[in-house]
Design a protein around this ligand. Sequence first.
Ligand code: B12
Length: 223
Amino acid sequence: MENILQQLSLCIERGKVNKVSNYPADMKDLPGAIELTRQALDQGISAKDVLNSGFLPGMKIVGEKFKNGKIFLPEVLISAKAMSSAMELLKPYFHSGEISYKGKVIMGTVSGDLHDIGKNIVKMVLEGGGWQVIDLGTNVSAEKFINSINSESVKVVGLSALLTTTMQNMKEIVHRIKTETNDVIVIVGGAPLTKEFADSINADAYFSDPQGMLDFLNQKIIL
Ligand code: B12
């Protein structure tokens, strides 16, 4: 069992989607994340073990390598593709309740801002870490965040901004979330932000990379 889950983890880390994919070249013709997930489930390995000992360790390595500058954006995207393709096979187990997410997080790019590449990467890394992400997309207003927090009963929100102008909208959105909802943790990120700015708008935390947010959620938050 350990062997197949280690192979699965490696496929996710290296971005090997399935047997027919030629990437990465040194894994050509080997089974990929999809085949190994199917094989593990067919062998009677529980979906929970496949998730916890196959998917999560692979994406954890990816998140850490990206944080430390050892890999770059394209590699993260390829790993995320391997993970999300194989994750399709686990979906029925989430629906049946056999496996559950660690918790739910709302993500969105703030009003006026259409940049979503960074936000989408954060989303993929969080999903790869076992969190369910409700993605509100781009140009998201305070109302939309607040409505979603209430209707989905979510306690963590991640806001992204890429423009120095829309950073200012973030201030208003954080303020409204803090005053119009109860005990919601607001995490902010995006290239122009700093920890000082995050503190000045009363955000609960700032991270420059997805792994920082994932580590924070895993360590600090029990939902
Ligand atoms: C791609 C891009 C676009 C694309 C966006 C496509 C898309 N779907 O996202 C398009 C062409 C639409 C675009 C439009 C504009 N852009 Co633009 N764009 C960029 C560009 C080249 C890359 C941004 C990017 O995706 N980076 C890669 C991602 C992975 O990085 P990231 O977003 O920072 O995310 C990482 C971290 O910050 C963090 N993170 C991000 N969000 C969050 C959230 C949380 C909670 C956490 C924890 C972490 C986190 O994790 C991510 C992964 O590590 C940058 C320049 C540059 N090289 O950065 C300009 C840039 C951001 N754009 C700029 C500008 C000015 C514009 C426009 C105003 C141009 C115009 N005159 O029309 C418009 C604005 C449109 C709008 N209303 O939003 C300026 C901003 C300048 C400023 N000071 O504000 C930049 C810096 C270019 C420049 N040098 O002038 N842009």
